[in-house]
Write a protein that binds this ligand. Sequence first.
Ligand code: FHN
Length: 462
Amino acid sequence: MRIHVFNVVMIVAFVLGANSPILLAQKQDLKYGSQYQGKREDAAMQKFRSNRFGQFIHWGLYAIPGGEWKGKVYPGAAEWLQSSAKISSSSWNALVDKFNPSKYNPDEWAIMAKKMGVKYATITTKHHDGFCLWNSEYTDFDIEATKYNGDLIKEFVEAYKRQGIDVYFYYSILDWHHPDWRNDIKTDEDSIAFERYFQFAKNQLLELQAKFPEVKGFWFDGTWDESWKKNGKYSYEIEMALKAVNPDIIVNSRLRADDYGSRHFDSNGDLMGDYQSGFERFLPKNTDSTIVKMDWESCMTIPVNQWGYHKDWSLSHVKFADEIIEMLVKSVSLNGNFLLNFGPDGNGAIREEEVAIANEIGKWMTLNSDAIYNGVFANLEKQDWGYYIKNTKTNTLYGVLFNKPISNLIKVKLPKNVKLKGCVLSYDGQKSLQIIPHEKHYLVKLPKIMFKHPVVLEFKLE
Ligand code: FHN
């Protein structure tokens, strides 16, 4: 068993107690650990943070079979079909000849995304199967090899730019197609091959950055294998290389592994990359007091676990718009971003259900986005009726109501020196709601009507 010096220090400190000078002082030197302490406060990061709501797009060859192979429907994630249906590389690679998305209309996608209210979009440039949606100089397994006559990622970037939506690139480090990819490094030959793979990935990433200088950041995935964890220097070097070209680039924590294979957070407990991206299909708990101190993002599917297009959505619960809105609001209330996934089909069309959900969310955002963009943790005691959010630009306090009490009275607990002077429903700014001081808090009287969707309350404080 390997015991690192750091672990020994931690054990000693644990025995001595939480206030031990050792625990307070000792941080070990890491070559490939966190690159800075605390949060990034430059304009690019502030923009990312203020965006709050993003669209994730998983699109690739897997959209053609849509979870079905040789007449059998596989209930697992559609983008994993090559692995779950044990499809040979040659059969999978043959999908390249079928990829010709005649319905691909990135302007339509971008308009839909804008109406939904997102401020950024993250698209898969390469998923685990290794197929590249851009024309890459470093592989033939890319869009250029298909019948599609165009530069798909370029068209995407331009369309989203026209709508004022920031673009981020998803890139899978794990690569089932590349001959030099290794899950683990057991021999010298593995090391040599993996070094070649690293150069390939780095070249591709720099190529993407050079071709699309407007890209705001990279969203890495497929970084859980031993080969990657054992080589912290690779993930460190990639982050450094991208930031050397553009210091504003934003990188998710999932890329990184430190000297000891620790992921997201290094062995000193410091976050690597620019924000915590470990919240996949779940949100942090309201009671997690550490979460509000960092930047983070939760990525979410609409069905339980489908990222790429799957034909059969009857196989799992499909979230409804208000359920997703609650996740978005909860994320913002805890200082996080929320990235909602869409999986276009093999022709490039976004399925009806996703369009309907996007439209519903968009209607809500049109009325209530002041509580989302620039929203932060309000540092108030959470109440069961919903979530508090403070808008940093206007300094306004909002409450987003999801559970209307049968009494129509909601409790608002403020710090001692703060008074509640008024409260309005933000869609109906004229009418002041009655405020009743009660013990050490306030009660706000809501109208008796049933709200069809979550409503936002604007609190006036003094
Ligand atoms: O395996 C992938 C999966 O297909 C999808 O891309 C998600 C998105 O966060 N990430 C991986 C699993 O962690």
